[in-house]
Ligand binder design. Sequence first.
Ligand SMILES: [Zn+2]
Length: 244
Amino acid sequence: MTLIGEYQENVKETVNNAPESDKDTKTATKNINATEASKGRNNSEKVKCERAVYRCWKESPLVKLMIGAMKSAGCSLDIRRHISCEVCAPQVSGGFDPILNQVVICQNNAVDAGMVQGILTHEMIHMFDYCKNNLDFKNIDHLACTEIRAANLAHCSFLSAWLNGDTSFFDFKNTHQNCVKSKALSSILAARNISKLDAIDAIERVFDRCYNDLEPIGRRIRRNSLDMHRAFDEGYYYGYDDTS
Ligand SMILES: [Zn+2]
């Protein structure tokens, strides 16, 4: 059973493929029409995406927690400057660009506010680590650590909350750790051209330390547990209303 559309993320590298020029006038005209059509589609996707980002920014307890955590860690955060809706490759739904210090939401692949919230929270964990924990994305152990944290805090925790109803505690613990490991693995493989074995090695090397590092969400989520449950019950978390 897949509860969440598994998405791949990537440190930004796929933006707007510019249409190639064409010598044949007929084809060129056709291309212009196609380009105009896709421009129109891109614009409406962008508007939808930005609305979803704005809604999460104002209403999502998780995103608001992350904004607060970033600010109190001295990492400034501005919705216009640090979040960008863009067109990405088909399988990429979001990413963090450490050079621009910007979270990218892939407007063509992130289709609703629930999904945008999941991506935003995940990428903001990377942004937090980059700002506060001196994350070096070139260091595979660092990358593994931040992916474990993002999977643990943003991705698998809601999955496990959902699973909690029909799994025993002991299964649940394993299920949760496996969720974090496999999510982290797919994120690392999407971001880096390394072998699966090397990625698994890196995950195992840092797992205990990074899995138990719940900063900044874990410490605060208890304080906000009522909010969280209310929001969770509303069913828009990660598109949980759509469990097909
Ligand atoms: Zn990630």
